[in-house]
Design a protein around this ligand. Structure first.
Ligand code: FAD
Length: 250
């Protein structure tokens, strides 16, 4: 059985910026397409393409965040593939609605007989607790397999095999634990990512989603530092990573 001890976060899409020839900006400093797109959108508001303050993109976006001009950040959309999170973690994640889009592995269609499970961070490194947990999820998975087999018999009259499997799996999944691993594609604009990250990287967040949010933050900071550089990652008193943000939700 595969057990995840950390999430896997992969950037799978980023903005492409096509600068209009008739409204060229006097760019300063290096920047990614998403950062330039946000700067371009901000400069349209004041028609300041000539960059009168001679700001680099990083300086310009720092000021945007400071001023709370968050709508400018909505143009830059980043798509992450998140794997190795539990069903309970994804349930918390999908509560973030504004500016987000999701596609999550379906337990109705996918056979979970060989599903992976996510060890809760609070158990990590405690051998007896880990062993007990592993025993429990193994038993739950065996119960799932038995339920699918029994339900396939019970609904043998359904001639369409795909439909019959769906009927069996959608009922049998009820015995799978919250720890069952899911894979989810998450699209969000930079403003929406910032709002979610502020809530979920904080010390008050549940440990697994906090760990996932920190992993997302690291990917996004690498990709577009000017949009996420005001998040500071630190080790909290509970010895887990957390983050604080300089410019709050706007
Ligand atoms: C530490 C923590 C504990 C939590 N505990 C629980 C819990 O026990 N039970 C529970 O059910 N949930 C819980 N949640 C989830 C929480 O209630 C929110 O659903 C989640 O944080 C998403 O926040 P949001 O609604 O602001 O996000 P989004 O839906 O992404 O919204 C972002 C922002 O857009 C605006 N907005 C969005 N929709 C509307 C609307 N319909 N009307 C007006 N403005 C809108 C608001 O300004 C909102 O802050 C918890 C969250 C955290 C971080």
């Amino acid at each position: 059985m595969e057990i995840f001890r950390a999430p896997r976060v992969t950037l799978i899409a980023r903005p492409e910026f096509i600068e209009p020839e008739h409204l060229r900006v006097q760019w300063q400093g290096p920047a990614s397409a998403g950062e330039r797109l946000a700067e371009f959108a901000g400069r349209i508001c004041y028609m300041s393409q000539n960059n009168p303050a001679n700001r680099s993109t990083a300086e310009y976006l720092e000021n945007i965040k400071k001023q709370g001009h968050g709508s400018v950040l909505e143009h830059a959309v980043y798509v992450l593939l998140i794997e190795g999170i539990s069903r309970s973690c994804s349930h918390e994640l999908v509560r973030h609605r504004a500016g987000f889009g999701y596609s999550q592995l379906s337990q109705r269609y996918v056979d979970e007989s060989h599903a992976a499970f996510v060890l809760p961070p609070a158990l990590l490194g405690d051998a007896p607790l880990e062993a007990e947990w592993e025993k429990e999820v193994t038993e739950a998975q065996a119960a799932y397999v038995r339920a699918v087999e029994a339900l396939m018999q019970r609904y043998a009259w359904i001639t369409d095999k795909v439909h019959r499997r769906k009927v069996a799996r959608e009922a049998a999944r009820s015995v799978l634990p919250n720890a069952t691993e899911v894979k989810i594609v998450v699209s969000a604009n930079a403003r929406a990512w910032r709002t979610m990250l502020e809530l979920r990287t904080s010390e008050g967040a549940e440990l697994e989603i906090r760990r996932m949010a920190i992993a997302c933050l690291r990917v996004l900071q690498r990709e577009a530092s000017a949009l996420f550089s005001d998040f500071e990652i630190y080790v909290a008193d509970d010895k887990q990573d957390a983050a604080r943000v300089a410019f709050h939700k706007v």
